[in-house]
Design a protein around this ligand. Structure first.
Ligand code: 5GP
Ligand code: MG
Length: 480
């Protein structure tokens, strides 16, 4: 998963890009990159956090009134600088592109690019497929007189050929800033604007929090298959390209997006509270009487508060998270992951001691974190621990960019709930039911493939197989 931003205006745009990416840092911490354009492309990419990658000397040379940026969370390919985005090309036209998502027909697209367009990807980044498919179509247009409709026609052909989930941004050199979404609108993208003394500045971002921090006003979410082009004269052009029924990623609401973002008119925090409320029924049915409810910081917070509200049980902060330790999720070895959880989370023993504790997390993926958390709570003196997941059991790999791609790693695909309870060492385990989640999102058409196995794009089997192979090659996969 990744985060993207793009801005165009009448003034230098680099500060909006850097600050915008910082607001999206939760979407990816492996690498960050920015490309701007004045008379040429200016690029800076680096591994790590936005604040570490961009120094003043880079900011000074990222000149131009249009630019795009990316924060990367490696799910496909390896975490090397060569795979960082955006990627720029000068043939057949100056185009710089960045995307958030995952292409599922990459083997086929590699062949198409080679056979039909005589282009070869130079990295393992699937963005290149999108970029070269689009660039190769543009080659057929009158390159001296490209119109917004030409650009849209080329995007539409690309959308028909390239399968998967992608929200993409591109600088079209000397013309403007392009945004488009995959036909199912799986990944988020919003359009916003800022009125300045020098005219209107337009921006695109994965999430609205980016606009909040920059003072931009939200205009709207892009629709599935939608293409928007802001030209150099600040004219906004838009068209619906290849559009299929919407399947917005429900995991954005469960875990990925920031709580204060608004997606498709829904506040993420509000949806999490609703997920928490829906869990109360099962707690009662099982006859559990927790003394306190705590959350796993930070993504379990709002679900815990929703649950506490319905049950009338106090919600306390029982675990403190250090924000300065790396991701546990990507550590290749199970033992390493468990150790990192302990370095990341510390209990408030006074709160936990002698209590029956219901602990709410957003999800159980591999079970590593959950198991360690149960241990930590017991060591802190909890008399009973009930582990509650605001997501239903994750039983299918995600082929659209969320980092859960191997079935053998998914604990709920391997074990029954009773076996999971036993494995993580809890006194009870409760998962959200798929039906309750569907009810919560009944007014938004979502992708729940990781929970239901219903993949919205064609031929998911091919992608599942390839992604799994790739994953097993790149990582020493631990089984739960
Ligand atoms: P587990 O118990 O399966 O080892 O870990 C579950 C934890 O992983 C939850 O706390 C959840 O917040 C986190 N998580 C879920 N999905 C992702 C993801 O895609 N990336 C990262 N870094 N963490 C995730
Ligand atoms: Mg978590």
């Amino acid at each position: 998963m990744c985060g993207i931003v793009g801005f165009i205006g009448q003034e230098p745009i680099v500060y909006d890009l850097v600050l915008g990416l910082t607001a999206l840092q939760h979407r990816g911490q492996d690498a960050a990159g920015i490309v701007t354009f004045d008379k040429m492309f200016h690029t800076k990419k680096g591994l790590g956090l936005v604040s570490n990658v961009f120094e003043q000397r880079h900011i000074d040379r990222l000149r131009g009134k249009v630019g795009i940026g990316h924060v990367r969370y490696t799910t496909h390919g390896s975490n090397e600088l060569a795979n960082a985005q955006p990627i720029a090309t000068s043939y057949p036209f100056g185009i710089a592109m960045a995307h958030n998502g995952n292409i599922t027909n990459f083997a086929e697209m590699n062949k198409v690019l080679y056979d039909e367009y005589h282009t070869l990807p130079t990295t393992t980044n699937d963005l290149e497929l999108l970029l070269y498919a689009f660039a190769s179509e543009l080659k057929n247009k009158d390159l001296g007189n490209i119109t917004p409709n030409d650009i849209f026609d080329c995007v539409e052909v690309t959308q028909r050929r390239v399968l998967g989930a992608y929200s993409a941004l591109a600088i079209i050199a000397n013309h403007g800033l392009l945004a488009f979404c995959d036909p199912n609108g799986i990944r988020p993208m919003v359009l916003g604007k800022l009125e300045t003394e020098n005219g209107t500045r337009y921006g695109f971002a994965s999430e609205t929090v980016c606009f909040d921090h920059l003072g931009y006003q939200l205009i709207r979410n892009l629709a599935p298959g939608e293409m928007v082009f802001i030209d150099n004269n600040n004219q906004v052009h838009s068209r619906i390209g290849y559009q299929l029924p919407q399947h917005f990623c429900v995991f954005e609401f469960i875990y990925f997006a920031r709580e204060d973002s608004i997606i498709h008119k829904r506040l993420v925090a509000g949806q999490r509270v609703r997920m928490g409320r829906a869990l109360a029924r099962q707690v009662r049915e099982m006859g559990l009487k927790p003394d306190i409810i705590i959350d796993v910081p930070t993504s379990g917070y709002f679900a815990a508060s929703g649950l506490a509200e319905v049950l009338g049980i106090p919600h306390h902060r029982g675990l403190v998270k250090s924000n300065y330790i790396g991701r546990s999720f990507i550590s290749p070895q199970q033992s390493e992951r468990e150790a990192i959880v302990r370095r990341k989370l510390n209990p408030i023993a006074n709160t936990i001691k002698g209590k029956k504790v219901a602990v709410v997390d957003d999800s159980i993926v591999r079970g590593t974190t959950s198991r360690r958390i149960v241990q930590i709570l017991r060591e802190a003196g909890a008399t009973e621990v009930y582990f509650i997941s605001s997501a239903p059991p994750i039983i299918n790999p995600c082929i659209y960019g969320i980092d859960m791609s191997v079935t053998t790693e998914l604990i709920a695909a391997q074990k029954t709930i009773e076996e999971i309870r036993d494995y993580i060492g809890a006194d009870a385990v409760i998962y959200q039911t798929l039906e309750d989640l569907q009810q919560i999102f009944s007014s938004l058409s979502t992708c729940m493939a990781c929970l239901s196995g219903k993949y919205p794009t064609a031929n998911p089997e091919i992608a599942l197989k390839l992604i799994e192979q790739e994953r097993l090659e790149h990582k020493k996969v631990a089984t739960p």
